[in-house]
Every structure is written in structure tokens, then in C-alpha cells.
Design a protein around this ligand. Structure first.
Ligand SMILES: Cc1cc2nc3c(=O)[nH]c(=O)nc-3n(C[C@H](O)[C@H](O)[C@H](O)COP(=O)(O)OP(=O)(O)OC[C@H]3O[C@@H](n4cnc5c(N)ncnc54)[C@H](O)[C@@H]3O)c2cc1C
Ligand code: FES
Length: 252
């Protein structure tokens, strides 16, 4: 698939380290699906859609720094949307950490639009880094946790979970240690009800190159995911290691 040309029409500072880029393409998507964003002359990287015409980016390296340089009028190439998004199951529990809130804000809005009961546990390092808090509040109840205690509960977002909440249908995206801690709290039945969006190194996005294969099943995160049920991840590499650009294992 050739990338479609997209012109940036707005740039929004969401937090000190996260910006949203609104483009002039409107895409039909399921929350959790991603696009491949081609920053000409730099790299092509996967980004979740945070709205039908928007990506929300945390600056971590070369490609994301190049995206941060973009201004209204600049262009990128967009392929997708790709992959398996979230099934939206009621009652909804969203567990979001950091920039992992990007695919979950449109999920909260879609679930609210369907009349579902939405509870969000939103975590970040500090109050300033809480992403899309307002969007989640407009869709239902929100409980906040920050690592430094500057807003909400002082601690990890997974510390907000109690048994009653865990029995809801979990939809999660965030740092892998956070999601792994969450998976570890669930029994077999609850794992079958919980979905996690994985970040793996994605090159082709088409299930061809093998860069994103998950041990031991060989499922491709790019087409079989990035969203997987907990029952599919139990006993896999999830929470232990992933592979970098060269295919070598990296501890998560
Ligand atoms: C399905 C999916 C959805 C994502 N959605 C978002 C999002 O909404 N917002 C956001 O800020 N980030 C998102 N990411 C992560 C984002 O793709 C990486 O942060 C980005 O590729 C880093 O590129 P870089 O050149 O800036 O950094 P690098 O210095 O190249 O790498 C920094 C980190 O990103 C990883 N990375 C680099 N290239 C890729 C790649 N092609 N695929 C996967 N990981 C890579 C590296 O292994 C490393 O851990 C998503 C990743 C996936 C797989
Ligand atoms: S990125 Fe190529 S198979 Fe998944």
C-alpha cells in the first residue's frame, strides 16, 4: 500500500512531552488500530489513531523528534489503518499509562456513545503528563494515579485496582511492565476478558517481514494485534522481552 499524503492542519501541545498532530485525512478506524507514519527522509513509525484524523506522539528518538518539528502545512505519508483494534465490551474498564492513553480516548468516547458504563484508571508520572483526562471524564468516571503524587493517588495506576473493578472488561495500553503487572493480577477467566495493546517493532505492518513476531506463537503484532486478549499473552514473551530493529531481544 502506497502512503497517502497527509497535510498537518493543527499541532496541539497535550503535555510537556506529548503532542497531537491533526491532519487533513479522515480515516475510518477501530480504537487500537494504528497507522504507519512516514516522515520523509527519516523513518516510518507506527502510531495509534487518537481520533479519525489525529495521532498523538511522545518524543523518544529520531522519528518522533522529526514529527515534533512538523508544523501546520507540512506533510507526512500515512499507510493504514492497520491491525486488530479493541473489542469494546461492557462494562468498560480502561487502564491507561502515559501515552498509552492515545488509543484509549477514542475507545472511551465510542463506548460512551454506545451507552456503555465507562470507568477509566489514568496514570502518568506527574499531573502535567496526564493525557486526555478531559476526554475520559466526558465519557465516564475517572480515577487518577501519579508516580509523584502531584494528582490523584500517589502510586501506580495498577494500585487503583480492586477485585470489583478487575471483574469489568479491561482495555489497557501503556508501559509493558504496567500491563504485565495488570495481567498478573487476573485469573484465567478474567484474562479472557482483558485486552492489551502491545508495542512491538513494526516494519512492514503487513505480516510479511517477521519483525514483530511474538514468541512462542509467532503471532504478528502488526496484523494479529496490536491488541491481544490476556489469554493469548499468558506464557508468551509479554512482560519479559521484545525485539529491537535488528531482531535482537531487549528486556522490557
Ligand atoms: C501499534 C503501535 C502503536 C503505537 N502508538 C504510539 C502512539 O500513539 N504514540 C506514541 O508516541 N508512540 C506510539 N508507538 C511507539 C512509537 O512507534 C515509537 O515510539 C517510535 O517508533 C519511536 O521511534 P523513534 O525513531 O522516535 O525512536 P527510536 O530511537 O528509534 O526508538 C525509541 C523506542 O521506540 C522503539 N521503536 C522504534 N521504531 C519502532 C517501530 N518502527 N515500531 C515499534 N517500535 C519502535 C524502539 O525499539 C525504542 O524502544 C506505537 C507503537 C506501536 C507498535
Ligand atoms: S512488522 Fe512485518 S510482520 Fe509485522
Amino acid at each position: 500500500m502506497k502512503p497517502a499524503n497527509a497535510t498537518i492542519i493543527d499541532v496541539i501541545d497535550e503535555t510537556p512531552s506529548v503532542r497531537s498532530f491533526v491532519f487533513d485525512l479522515s480515516l475510518e478506524f477501530t480504537p487500537g488500530q494504528y497507522v504507519m507514519v512516514w516522515v520523509r527522509g527519516v523513518d516510518e513509525v507506527p502510531m495509534s489513531l487518537s481520533d479519525h484524523n489525529m495521532i498523538t506522539v511522545q518524543q523518544v528518538g529520531d522519528a518522533t523528534s522529526a514529527i515534533f518539528e512538523l508544523a501546520p502545512g507540512d506533510t507526512v505519508g500515512i499507510r493504514g489503518p492497520y491491525g486488530r483494534g479493541f473489542d469494546i465490551n461492557n462494562p468498560v474498564l480502561i487502564v491507561a499509562g502515559g501515552v498509552g492513553a492515545a488509543p484509549l480516548a477514542p475507545l472511551a468516547e465510542a463506548a460512551h456513545g454506545m451507552g456503555y458504563d465507562v470507568l477509566t484508571l489514568l496514570g502518568a508520572r506527574t499531573r502535567d503528563e496526564l493525557l486526555f483526562q478531559r476526554r475520559f471524564e466526558d465519557a465516564g468516571e475517572v480515577m487518577v494515579a501519579t508516580d509523584d503524587g502531584s494528582a490523584g493517588f500517589h502510586g501506580r495506576v495498577t494500585d487503583l485496582l480492586d477485585r470489583g473493578v478487575v471483574d469489568r472488561c479491561i482495555h489497557s495500553c501503556g508501559p509493558e511492565p504496567m500491563m504485565y503487572a495488570l495481567l498478573s493480577m487476573l485469573d484465567e477467566q478474567q484474562r479472557g476478558n482483558a485486552q492489551f495493546s502491545l508495542h512491538r517493532y513494526i516494519k512492514c505492518g503487513l505480516g510479511i517481514c517477521g519483525a514483530c513476531c511474538i514468541d512462542p506463537s509467532g503471532a504478528c503484532a502488526c496484523v494479529d494485534g496490536p491488541v491481544f486478549y490476556g489469554s493469548e499473552l499468558a506464557g508468551s514473551e509479554f512482560g519479559r522481552y521484545r525485539r529491537g530493529a535488528d531482531g535482537v531481544r531487549i528486556r522490557v
